[in-house]
Design a protein around this ligand. Structure first.
Ligand code: NG1
Length: 399
């Protein structure tokens, strides 16, 4: 049964009628430009064919009379768990009975909070949602939840804003409500995705272009099955190190406002000013921005060998300099890089567990996936999930 069909059934059981609407928002994979979105760099994600779905209707009319107390009732089908919140209980992250809001509900509640702050109506709703984006796997399950609720409230609130603006509000929810100081990449990819296209985003100007995925290449996602936990502290530490590097480099490079402004050559000249750990973190970012600047010409000229080499270099840098890999991700990338047809393989997303992204010759992708699963399993004893992934459209209502 598809997720929308099963959500419709669950909605009927819980709320006694069919949902008025169903919306979908995809997860994403990122090919190049990792941990650079919060350094004003360039990223190259694609929305994927895994998504979060929500079946929803406006809350019952008697409830909606008092706006600040009108209750949104959510059922998380993946957890068999309910949460209730209203504008009045948002700030305290509690439910109307005073109990704490479960953490999974922080993402929708954060979205309501960010929309309300922006003066956009987020009327009370009843909803059931579910996702086939694996959680904590670097495929942006959190952004897909934020974007699917953004689309739902856009429908119920009767307003309309450009997808990029919805993405920015999702980022605000994650930064200020959930407490992860993430960049714009995930929400952007989920909101603005296009079928069979990669998205090249300048995270400073927020201008972007859709780039066709080369015809002879497939994106293969390989899930180590290792889930990252409690990593928001590590993530925020990396971001702080980047900000510290900018502050210290300003002594020699007064014009810079982010690591994106520092060339590899200038960095090499002045990096001795930085404490060892800060230097490693900043070097990853400066070199990764340099790699991601090369992406479009390489894709346009079909130079997948060189593009893949940049992906491999990115993995080594995330492992050795940014230190966000883990042994299982290293095995998955190393095994892949040696297989026939593989242009490049690296961890995708924040790291600390989750998935690798592989760029593979299309006619070898099936064999690649099988050999990678076997190689990973024989080294780790873990049974990975590996799938050939299609770039998909961004968040929206389903007909
Ligand atoms: P994932 O792996 O989806 O958590 C995180 C950040 C992104 C970006 C990447 C690293 C969140 C929600 N998103 O992605 O903004 O910085 O890491 O490139 O934390």
């Amino acid at each position: 049964m598809t997720i929308p069909t099963s959500l419709t059934e669950i909605f009927r059981q819980k709320f006694g009628a069919a949902p008025a609407f169903i919306a979908r928002a995809p997860g994403r994979v990122n090919l190049l430009g990792e941990h650079v979105d919060y350094n004003d760099g360039f990223v190259l994600p694609a929305a994927i064919d895994r998504a979060t779905y929500i079946a929803f209707s406006p809350a019952d009319s008697e409830q909606t009379l008092a706006l600040s107390t009108a209750e949104t009732t959510l059922w998380a089908a993946d957890f068999n768990h309910q949460a209730i919140f209203s504008p009045k209980t948002l700030a305290a992250k509690t439910q109307p009975d005073g109990s704490p809001l479960p953490e999974w509900a922080w993402y929708p509640a954060g979205m309501m909070w960010a929309l309300t702050q922006a003066g956009l109506a987020a009327p009370a709703m009843k909803a059931v949602f579910s996702s086939d984006v694996p959680r904590g796997s670097g495929l942006s399950s959190s952004a897909s939840i934020e974007m699917v609720f953004g689309v739902a409230w856009q429908k119920l609130g009767g307003w309309s804003i450009p997808p990029m603006q919805l993405a920015q509000l999702g980022q605000k929810a994650e930064n200020k409500y959930v407490g992860v100081n993430c960049g714009i990449m995930d929400q952007f990819a989920s909101a603005c995705g296009e079928a069979d296209r990669l998205l090249y985003l300048d995270c400073r100007s927020l201008t972007w272009q859709a780039v066709p995925l080369p015809k002879n290449a497939s994106i293969v996602v390989a899930d180590t099955t290792i889930r990252r936990k409690l990593t928001s502290g590590e993530y925020n530490n990396r971001r702080n190190a980047c900000e510290e590097a900018v502050r210290l480099l300003k002594a020699d490079l007064p014009g810079i406002t982010a690591l994106r402004d520092v060339s590899v050559e200038a960095f090499n000249r002045f990096s001795s000013r930085l404490p060892v750990e800060v230097e490693k973190r900043a070097r990853h970012v400066v070199e990764e921005v340099d790699r991601s600047r090369q992406a479009i010409p390489l894709l346009e000229s079909g130079n997948l060998a060189q593009f893949g080499k940049l992906m491999n270099d990115c993995h080594a840098s995330l492992r050795d300099l940014y230190e966000v890999s883990c042994p299982e991700l290293d095995v998955m990338a190393r095994v892949a890089q040696l297989l026939p047809g593989c242009y490049g393989a690296r961890l995708t997303g924040a790291g600390f567990g989750g998935c690798t992204v592989n760029l593979v010759a299309q006619d070898q992708a099936e064999d690649f996936a099988k050999a990678l699963a076997a190689g990973y399993e024989s080294e780790t004893g873990l049974h990975p999930e590996i799938y050939i992934c299609r770039a998909s459209a961004g968040a929206g209502l389903l007909e």
